[in-house]
Design a protein around this ligand. Structure first.
Ligand SMILES: *Cc1c(COP(=O)(O)O)cnc(C)c1O
Length: 380
């Protein structure tokens, strides 16, 4: 049987019931379930603000746009970021006419605080942290750096739905200026496509709510509707915004997925532990260790191997389809100005492999995959 890298799991009857409600009352757009989902997410995370969007990519974009405008950052001021991420992260920086300055990653594959410190200049305005695979890694140290140098902290939490510290607290809650989650089709809380932007400041949450709906300020019409409902069209437009808010069909899927998120992530951690045990004595496989105080969502199970391309072929011969997260972004033409500035990221880019990890796999499946990996990973 073929084993894919990811396979989302939907509780189909529950999902259909939520969606049915939308269809029955004829409300599939903004409002209704999107509001319910925002409330549910705030309750689950303890975050004060949450605005539901149609993707996390647009969330990262608007996060930077708002921070830039409100803090009067100049064009091409700098944001320090990681080269080991999906390009949404770094495109968001450039689309807002800021400069992405790449710092290297460490053994956790996340930003290395030491290199981050070296990359700070008098133009640095923010640090973008990506919790790769759901790991918090050096986030707390990055938070200290942000405090010390008066930088904003943007947390790309696309992999972190459900990640906690062991003490139950939420990564970034105290010190991130904005946290952006993804509920894209293969993330831990799958919906199809959508995301959540959670600003620390209420004022920014109010701005992003307008910006995600073309800049429309609903306050005017909310006021008029209360009077006689006749002035719905009489809203004001404050920004050149986007069509970026989420809808009630996606939120329906999100509401169901959220109920099972902790249970699902616990199962992911169990599978990851089986991989760890299987690889324990294999000196050719380097494991990516999760921090002791992190209860990871385990979005990914990553290893570093000597000859990745050969191993991928062997796995494919066995109908196992792994993935790579990610190519060092500075290898892309778009970011080639920073080529070779992050030597460890470059190494990772050539040796990292994500093994299948999803809710349809059994412990036996994982052992079978691990056996194929172990037998075919004999060094360079
Ligand atoms: C998936 C992903 C995104 C983008 O999420 P979308 O919801 O698909 O826009 C951003 N950053 C990282 C690290 C991701 O993995």
């Amino acid at each position: 049987m073929k084993i894919q890298l990811f396979k989302p799991k939907y509780r189909i009857d529950e999902c259909l019931n939520e969606i049915k409600e939308c269809l029955e009352i004829g409300w599939t757009g903004l409002g209704f379930k999107t509001v319910k989902f925002e409330e549910a997410w705030k309750e689950y995370t303890g975050l004060e603000n949450a605005h539901y969007l149609n993707s996390s990519t647009i969330g990262l974009d608007m996060a930077i746009e708002i921070l830039k405008n409100e803090n009067k950052w100049a064009d091409y001021d700098e944001i320090i970021t990681t080269p080991i991420t999906f390009i949404s992260t770094n495109h968001a920086i450039h689309r807002n006419k800021m400069k992405a300055v790449f710092a290297d990653v460490d053994n956790s594959l996340n930003l290395d605080p030491e290199d981050v410190r070296k990359k700070i200049t008098n133009k640095t305005r923010a640090i973008m942290f990506v919790g790769l695979g759901g790991n918090t890694a050096n986030l707390k140290e990055i938070e200290e750096i942000c405090k010390k140098y008066n930088l904003k902290l943007i947390l790309d939490a696309a992999h972190m739905a459900g990640t906690r510290y062991i003490d139950g607290s939420l990564p970034g809650k105290e010190n991130a200026d904005v946290i952006v989650y993804s509920y894209q089709a293969v993330k831990n809380l799958p919906t199809g496509d959508s995301g959540m932007i959670c600003f620390k400041e209420k004022r920014y949450d109010e701005i992003v709510r307008k910006m995600s709906w073309l800049g429309i300020n609903k306050d005017t019409y909310a006021r008029s509707v209360n009077k006689d409902g006749a002035y719905k069209w009489k809203y004001d437009v404050e920004y050149i915004g986007y069509k970026a808010h989420g809808n009630s069909i996606m939120a329906s899927l999100g509401l169901v997925s959220l109920k099972y998120l902790d249970e699902d992530n616990a199962y992911r951690r169990k599978l990851a532990q089986i991989y760890d045990n299987e690889f324990e004595n294999n000196k050719n496989i380097k494991l990516i260790t999760i921090d002791k105080d992190c209860l990871s969502s385990r979005h990914l199970y990553q290893i570093l191997v000597p000859d990745r391309e050969k191993l991928i072929l062997k796995l494919n011969e066995n109908e196992i389809y792994p993935g790579v997260h990610y190519r060092d972004n500075t290898e892309y033409r778009m970011y080639s100005y920073a080529k070779d500035t992050c030597p460890y990221a470059k190494y990772v880019s050539e040796h990292v492999l994500s093994l299948p990890l999803h809710l349809d796999l059994t412990g036996e499946d994982v052992k079978r995959i691990a056996t194929v990996v172990g037998n075919n990973n004999i060094g360079e």
